[in-house]
Design a protein around this ligand. Structure first.
Ligand code: KIV
Ligand code: ZN
Length: 543
């Protein structure tokens, strides 16, 4: 990209974002998100950390093959990037996974802050410089496009950074990425750091400077924008700002700031902003990480004008209180309701307006649910339709499906649930149990059938629309007792996997049962893959 004002969007939803507890995605889900990110127009996609587990390697490989070779509207496929610690074995695995893409990139990193070098790496600064030099050169033997990150750059000595980064560039790095790993810096400090790196790092003029900020102090977007103002031309971001702890910089905030305040930043991106709402919803559903209602750009209230004085102003002129048009981010305000008598065509047209092109099979599934809902609820809004669609289309393979559920609860007897499920071979199984409440009873009955010991870490229920007949959406996060392990890139420790599930129904006990089954199905599907011999997976990965 030769335009000096072009800012490359490096999306790390599938790597740093997926490291958030509970955000674990299956290979199919990652692929689904990767296609949507490519439609959104991201320039680079960090598809994962292949050394984390054979499953992670395989997911990155599939994305490299299927997304990394597909042109869209005459545009190149995105660059497919994999993360690797600065060690040979990680770089080897990373290359095995990404080499299938038309434009592969290896992203390798090593910490440079005094605290990380002393306690985590137990290396002297000189040893760190040597390892960076050697490992960037090693990555370069595989791939022309190599990115290097000095982890915890925000707390590193700038003079040391100039030295390390200069050596990385000499060894062949084409992008140098500056992470504020623990979200410690302020916009002024971070901007000055990027400016200093641009001025004092030997060779910095010939590479792309990138920024990667975390949101521990709520400053990730501000720091990223400060980086751009000081010459960064790549930004590392995630959809909805998901990521470890308080998350990463959110893609939608940076992109919309650059667009809305263009004269201030004088920088552009290749993002099709009308896809933002769609991808945000997809990521929220598949990761189980709900977006807070007041979240900038993609929160449910981001374009809602409740206060009477605002509504009055809005009616007189939209720009009185609206700095962005909702259509710009793909939010269609048309709230013409659908009802009992609406047909497939009307549903398809409305879904299209909402940004979803449904094939015949998916349309039928959503239509069936729509008709069921129309019998219970007079007025069906866009939010209802989106909840139904997510519930139908963003679910894992249904190894166990809910057939019947009956619950008794109240002030007189102990809460009791009786559940009937259809199992993987089509067999029906029934269990009835009592519990502390109706949901507890229902989950115990499901456990009695599925027999997958686990801990329920989180359970949330929210109403999708206003009104007593609203759809309730339930999200759960579950940790299997025999958790599969994946390596954390930062600590190198094996971390247990967690899984989320979601369900949406007007009956919240049914929604709860579906959400729990969705998480259990995800675990069982993942176990099926993990159950393969590791070597078998590796063979698949290098084939
Ligand atoms: O936050 C961080 O330092 C990272 C690196 C691996 C780039 O995610
Ligand atoms: Zn990070």
């Amino acid at each position: 990209m030769n335009d000096p004002n072009y800012v490359r969007i490096f999306d790390t939803t599938l790597r740093d974002g997926e490291q958030s507890p509970g955000a674990t995605l299956s290979s199919d889900e990652k692929l689904q998100i990767a296609h949507t990110l490519a439609d959104l127009g991201v320039d680079i996609m960090e598809a994962g950390f292949p050394a984390a587990s054979p499953d992670d390697l395989e997911a990155v490989r599939r994305i490299a093959v299927e997304v990394g070779n597909k042109e869209r509207d005459g545009r190149h496929p995105p660059i497919i990037c994999g993360l690797a610690r600065a060690v040979k074995s990680d770089i080897d695995k990373c290359w095995q996974a990404i080499r299938h893409a038309r434009r592969p990139r290896i992203h390798t990193f090593l910490a440079t802050s005094p605290i990380h070098m002393k306690y985590k790496l137990q290396l002297d600064p000189e040893e760190v410089v040597d390892q960076v030099r050697e490992m960037v050169a090693y990555a370069k033997t595989y791939c022309d496009d190599v990115e290097f990150s000095p982890e915890d750059a925000g707390r590193s000595d700038p003079q040391f950074l100039y030295l390390v980064l200069g050596e990385a560039i000499k060894a062949g790095a084409t992008t140098i990425n500056i992470p504020d790993t623990v979200g410690y810096t302020t916009p002024q400090e971070f901007g000055a750091l990027i400016n200093g790196i641009r001025q004092h790092t030997p060779g910095a003029d010939n590479v792309v400077i990138s920024v990667h900020c975390h949101n521990d102090l709520g400053l990730a977007t501000a720091n990223t924008l400060a980086g751009i103002q000081n010459g960064a031309r790549q930004v590392e971001v995630t959809i909805n700002g998901i990521g470890e702890r308080a998350g990463n910089t959110s893609l939608e905030e940076v992109v919309m700031a650059l667009k809305t305040r263009n004269p201030v930043y004088n920088a552009d991106t290749g993002i099709d902003t009308t896809q933002i709402t769609k991808v945000s919803r997809m990521v929220a559903s598949l990761t189980g990480m709900a977006v807070q209602p007041n979240k900038a750009i993609v929160g449910a209230n981001a374009f809602a004008h409740e206060a009477g004085i605002h509504q009055d102003g809005m009616l007189k002129h939209e720009e009185t209180y609206e700095i962005m048009r909702p259509e710009t981010v793909g939010l269609n305000k048309s709230e013409l309701v659908l009802g009992k008598h609406s047909g497939r065509h009307a549903l398809r047209a409305r879904m299209r307006e909402l940004g979803y092109e449904l094939d015949t099979g998916s349309l039928q599934e959503v239509f069936d649910r729509f008709k069921e809902l129309a019998d219970k609820k007079k007025v069906i809004t866009n939010a209802d339709l989106l909840a139904l669609m997510k519930d139908e289309l963003y679910q894992p393979e249904e190894l166990y499906a809910l057939v019947d559920l009956q619950v008794t609860c109240g002030t007189v007897n102990l809460p009791m649930a009786s559940v009937r499920l259809r199992g993987p071979d089509g067999e029906l199984a029934t269990a009835a149990t009592i519990g502390a409440g109706p949901i507890d009873a229902c989950y115990k009955a499901i456990d009695a059938i599925v027999q997958l010991p686990n801990t329920l870490l989180e359970y949330t229920v929210r109403s999708v629309t206003d009104g007593i007949d609203a759809i309730g959406e339930v999200i759960v996060r579950v940790a299997p007792e025999q958790a599969q392990m994946r390596k954390s890139p930062q600590t190198g420790f094996d971390m247990p996997r967690q899984f989320s599930g979601h369900g949406a129904e007007t009956d919240i006990v049914v929604a709860s049962a579906k959400a729990y089954l969705s998480a259990l199905n995800k675990i069982l599907v993942a176990e099926g893959v993990e159950g393969m011999e590791e070597t078998e997976q590796m063979e698949m990965a290098v084939a």
